[in-house]
Design a protein around this ligand. Structure first.
Ligand SMILES: NC(=O)c1ccc[n+]([C@@H]2O[C@H](COP(=O)([O-])OP(=O)(O)OC[C@H]3O[C@@H](n4cnc5c(N)ncnc54)[C@H](O)[C@@H]3O)[C@@H](O)[C@H]2O)c1
Length: 391
């Protein structure tokens, strides 16, 4: 296979970013684009360097049937993604899918079973684990420099206001709560969840890649439904989850998207504490990442420059967006496991979904089922009971 012919389904803001990113990677050729909102397809064609090579579709099944594609990039609202991914794999296409894979718990069982039954590659396109800070921390952990990791935490605090809550069903444009009131085509959108903790992969994926573990229990609390900043926004402002891993590490994740913050590039923050040392990401643009090692004669934290290299000026998220797509292409070409395979992906998403159930139960501790095959579940089969339980 010379180039990977990819069809992108979902041409909202993120899907259009994907088109730019994919065109910056030599391995890909975009041979189809699809969105059921026609104006978005038209807009997307203007971003293609070779539009004549890409079929334009408003019907996903038509794209699967007619377009010459090896792989599908799924970039839709989270609750639409699993169906699109499963149908693509059933049709023999490799799948790379955006985060979070879904906000619905049952979708994860449907997806794992579909991947296991298929003969194709599946990768989640989570890019925060490719941060230079995370890569450096992962290396330190692998070399034992941090000792036994006892605690890891992450925060995603950004301000999206009422964006992602309401959209114009004809144009696909997102609307503010004010605009939605006067727009007859306004519909509520599940692009974001009522529960900010459901959007957990950018914290859990990097942290779990360092501690190489999986979450087994979670408890989560949230502020009331309806934002304090704009009561018309049907979201909870903050949710904080406390988790325990199989190998006895505690994890705390705080997420909130409806309260004003200083914003990028510090809207994501991480800290990892081990018995031999600690690292933490910077708090402000003028700040630095920090590192401390017990046996290195360090009376204080040392500042470290672990900022990302911005590889291409038009690539978002500090130049990290291409990494999961490059890895996916290599996994196909080399017929190997992708970096963020189905189990790694699920382990970075599902604790956030179970955390939302904990919020609904006033913070009760819930178990996180193991999605890997084992004595209780054969590959390609559903478990007899795959539900989280109160602990
Ligand atoms: N990795 C990241 O940093 C990052 C950043 C932003 C968004 N995302 C994720 O990317 C995805 C898309 O985000 P977005 O902001 O572009 O959302 P969006 O709502 O603007 O776009 C999603 C598009 O998918 C289309 N779609 C849904 N179901 C479809 C179907 N069956 N057939 C054809 N088209 C369909 C919708 O019409 C919509 O235009 C989400 O899962 C989001 O969580 C990830």
């Amino acid at each position: 296979m010379d180039k990977i012919r990819i069809g992108v389904v979902g041409l909202g803001k993120r899907g259009r970013t994907w088109l730019k990113t994919l065109q910056a990677i030599d391995t890909y050729e975009i041979t189809a684009i699809c969105d059921h909102i026609e104006p978005l397809v038209q807009e997307a064609t203007t971003l293609l360097k070779e539009p004549e090579k890409a079929g334009c579709f408003t019907d996903f099944y038509e794209m699967l049937e007619k377009a010459p594609i090896d792989a599908v990039g799924v970039v839709a609202e989270p609750n639409a993604q699993v169906k699109l991914a499963c149908e693509s794999m059933n049709a023999g296409k490799h799948v790379v899918c955006e985060v979070p894979l879904s906000y619905r718990y049952q979708d994860y069982w449907d997806l794992v079973v579909a991947v296991e039954k298929s003969n194709v590659k599946f990768q989640m396109a989570e890019q925060a684990r490719y941060r230079k800070f995370i890569q450096a921390t992962r290396k330190m952990a692998e070399q034992g420099m941090l000792g036994k990791i006892l605690y890891a935490e992450g925060e995603y605090l950004a301000y999206y206001g009422s964006c992602y809550c309401f959209r114009d069903s004809k144009t696909g444009k997102y609307l503010t709560s004010e605009e939605a009131k006067s727009n007859p085509n306004a519909v509520s959108s599940d692009r974001s969840s009522e529960h900010p903790i459901a959007y957990i992969p950018h914290e859990l994926s990097p942290l779990l890649s360092v501690i190489k573990d999986r979450v087994v229990t979670v408890s989560c609390m949230g502020t009331k439904f309806g934002s304090y900043t704009d009561p018309a926004v049907p979201r909870r402002d903050f949710e904080v989850a406390i988790m325990h891993t199989a190998n006895d590490t505690l994890i705390r994740i705080l997420n909130g998207f409806t309260t004003p913050t200083p914003g990028h590039p510090t809207s994501h923050w991480y800290q990892i504490i081990g018995t031999e040392g600690s690292v933490e990401w910077k708090r402000a643009k003028w700040d630095q990442a920090k590192m401390w090692l017990k046996n290195a004669q360090m009376p204080d934290w040392a500042g470290v420059n672990w900022d990302d290299d911005v590889r291409a000026s038009n690539i978002e998220h500090g130049g990290r967006d291409p990494f999961p797509l490059i890895d996916f292409a290599e996994a196909i070409k080399e017929d190997r496991k992708p970096e963020i395979d189905i189990y790694t992906a699920i382990e970075a998403c599902v604790p956030g979904i179970v955390a939302t159930m904990s919020v609904e139960k006033g913070g009760r501790v819930l178990s996180i089922p193991d999605f890997r095959p084992g004595p209780n579940r054969k590959k390609g089969e559903y478990p007899l009971d795959g539900e989280p339980k109160e602990v």
